[in-house]
Design a binder for this molecule. Structure first.
Ligand code: ADP
Ligand code: MG
Length: 621
């Protein structure tokens, strides 16, 4: 008899288990998928070691997974002949949280629990965060894991826990290479010990495991790599099932791309876009979940480097015959072959998206609603694909009704012969875009303007510079001149008067403005502010400020509308009542800053406004 060691779970695992056991009541069945997925991973890892020529224990034992149910004992047992675990690996893998993503998952679970929300989504997501093993405790009163590592001379071990704060480990000599997980079901979950129940779950979630799975003596799955089959032979349901398996998801994928290529590299791939963007849902940055195979042997799961960062939402499998089988995972990472694969795969995927914009617009719109931020991130970070990605972005525009979007290519087609630039304005919504002083000159000139609502769009444009040779320009920075401006009032200023007034305003406002000039584009608004830095707009400035990344105090140029009654009267009042005129000039500047969202502290403005109100009422109105 060897000694029984008692271990405490790491604090995070204790927390996780507490939630798994006490708060997750739906989708309990996913524990079957997770345990089988671990068994399959263990077999894949062993197969990789064997094909790369390493010695392993009991190499004659074939790789496979055996599931048995016992409805008398109320147990489910999952056995694999994979790589097993040493004592230290047991402690590491089943006692601590290794991945950063799992902490994020935990945080989210805890938050949902505190809010008392529906737990549905949580349980189904458990596998995506690398904590799938613990899902067994949703149904188990106790879990036992027998295991023996494939490394030479390692003893077998038995790990036991009831999901409380601790687990025990003792030696188990009779265990052969691989792992056996026994789930002792809680009385209320005893249904899972019925053969038909487990059978339907394996068929639903694990049909594509690339090792035979036997349930109570019968082999269940058809072991044939879906990606190496001919597209025309694979049914839609099979793709969905495959997605559910590799995506640890219970829904259908949003998009699917299955393709084969011979040159420049031999590739077979099945790629999926999941139905929703988890990063958007406030979760941590995800990892790319595309697995790299060579001739159906897993070389690397979650093959970092296979796609550019901005495509990290993809899930799927890439198989290339051109990979050397015995390459180590570390050297694979930055090999030139990996870079080539990356280039071919990402170009192919972008082309696929482009096809969707034409053939499958409704689905593309859904995709875009969830994942547009990734495309924009690609424009900013991935120079190679910048131009191709620019074709995929969509915006609302003054040329189309609210809710409809345009591509940049369509915008260019609509441009008149004299228009040289593509214009945009950033505003929180369509209504404020349409009433923006930056837009009014464009509207008067019948120029199309894109309406941005995502604060990042201006930065995206900054990286793009131009589209099909047309510079992309913020309406704020556009040099627009309205021919025959219509005055909205009787009172207006001739140009020399207006220029005098501008000079006077600059002198009165002093350091508060960089420049005051007569506007050629204002129609209804009396004034507007423009960032005096040529490469900056007021809205970009606002974002930088909100991120505390604003390096120095901004300077603004003030444009004044010579056809506006306020300016016409100001010109008169500056002689008659200079004290009042200065107050009005200051107020106009603050109004313009407020309209641009740049007035952070309104106290001075409010104080002045009150003085002006008093002034108004003291005179004969
Ligand atoms: P993930 O599978 O995403 O890594 P899990 O919580 O499912 O997260 O499993 C944690 C770890 O425990 C695995 O990464 C693996 O190292 C180990 N493990 C679990 N099941 C097995 C098994 N059947 N054979 C070998 N190792 C296993
Ligand atoms: Mg797992």
């Amino acid at each position: 008899m060897s000694a029984v060691e008692k271990h405490q779970f790491q604090a995070e695992i204790q927390q996780l288990l507490d939630i798994v056991i006490h708060s997750l009541y739906t989708d309990k069945e996913i524990f079957v998928r997770e345990l089988i997925s671990n068994a399959a991973d263990a077999c894949e890892k062993l197969r990789f070691l064997q094909t790369s020529g390493q010695q392993t224990e009991q190499s004659e034992v074939p790789l496979g997974i055996t599931v048995t149910t016992d409805d008398t004992a109320q147990t489910v047992t999952i056995v694999d002949t994979g790589l097993g675990m040493t004592h230290d690996e047991l402690v590491q893998n089943l006692g601590t949280i290794a991945h950063s993503g799992s902490k994020a998952f935990l945080k989210q679970l805890a938050q949902k629990k505190a809010e008392g929300e529906d737990k549905k989504a949580d349980a189904t997501l458990i596998g995506q965060f690398g904590v799938g093993f613990y899902s067994a405790f949703m149904v188990a009163r106790q879990v036992k894991v027998w295991t023996r590592s494939c490394q030479a001379g390692q003893p077998g071990w038995c790990w036991t826990s009831d999901g409380g704060g601790s687990y025990e480990i003792e030696q188990a000599e009779e265990q052969s290479r691989g792992t056996k997980v026994v789930v002792y079901l809680k009385p209320e979950d005893k249904d899972f010990s019925q053969s038909f129940r487990i059978e339907s779950l394996i068929k639903r979630y694990s049909n594509f495991v690339s090792f035979p799975i036997a349930l109570n003596g019968n082999t269940l799955n058809t072991v044939r790599a879906i990606w190496s089959r001919n597209k025309s032979e694979v049914k839609e349901e099979e793709y969905d099932e495959f997605y559910r398996y590799i995506g640890h998801d219970s829904e259908k994928p949003l998009l699917k791309l299955h393709f084969a290529a011979d040159a420049p590299l031999a590739i077979q791939a099945v790629l999926f876009v999941p139905p929703r963007n988890l990063e958007e849902a406030g979760m941590a940055r995800g990892d790319l979940e595309v697995h790299l195979y060579c001739k159906r042997v897993l070389i690397q799961s979650k093959a970092e480097g296979l796609f550019p960062e901005w495509l990290r939402f993809l899930k799927g499998v890439v198989d290339s015959e051109d990979l050397p089988l015995n390459i180590s995972r570390e050297t694979m990472q930055d090999s030139s072959l990996m870079q080539k694969l990356n280039k071919v795969l990402s170009s192919r995927f972008i082309k696929f998206l482009e096809e969707q914009t034409e053939k499958n617009q409704e689905v593309y719109d859904k995709f875009y609603a969830q994942f547009s931020r990734f495309l924009k991130e690609g424009i900013v970070t991935d120079f190679t694909h910048r131009d191709a990605l620019a074709k995929l972005i969509r915006y609302e525009t003054s040329a189309l009704d609210k809710g409809k979007t345009t591509s940049l290519a369509e915008y260019v087609k609509r441009m008149g012969p004299d228009q040289k630039e593509i214009y945009y304005v950033l505003a929180p919504n369509r209504e404020s875009a349409e009433s923006s002083p930056y837009y009014e000159g464009m509207r008067a000139q019948k120029l199309e303007v894109l309406f941005f609502s995502d604060p990042w769009d201006e930065f995206v444009m900054d990286h793009l510079h131009e589209f099909e040779g047309k510079p992309l320009k913020s309406a704020e920075k556009a040099e627009i001149k309205i021919e025959n401006p219509q005055s909205v009032s009787e009172e207006k200023l001739e140009l020399p008067q207006a220029e005098d007034l501008a000079k006077w305003m600059k002198a009165s406002l002093g350091e508060k403005v960089a420049e005051v000039r007569v506007s050629k584009r204002l129609v209804e608004s009396p004034v507007l502010v423009v960032d005096s830095d040529r490469f900056m707009t007021t809205s970009m400035r606002r974002i930088l400020k909100s991120m505390n990344k604003e390096p120095q105090e901004a300077k603004y140029d003030l444009e004044i509308n010579p056809n506006h009654v306020v300016l016409a009267r100001l010109n008169r009042v500056k002689e008659e009542n200079p004290r009042l005129a200065v107050k009005v000039a200051e107020q106009l500047l603050d109004n313009a800053r407020a309209a641009a969202g740049l007035l952070e502290d309104p106290r001075i403005m409010v104080h002045r406004m009150n003085e002006l109100l008093a002034d108004v009422m003291s005179s004969k109105v």
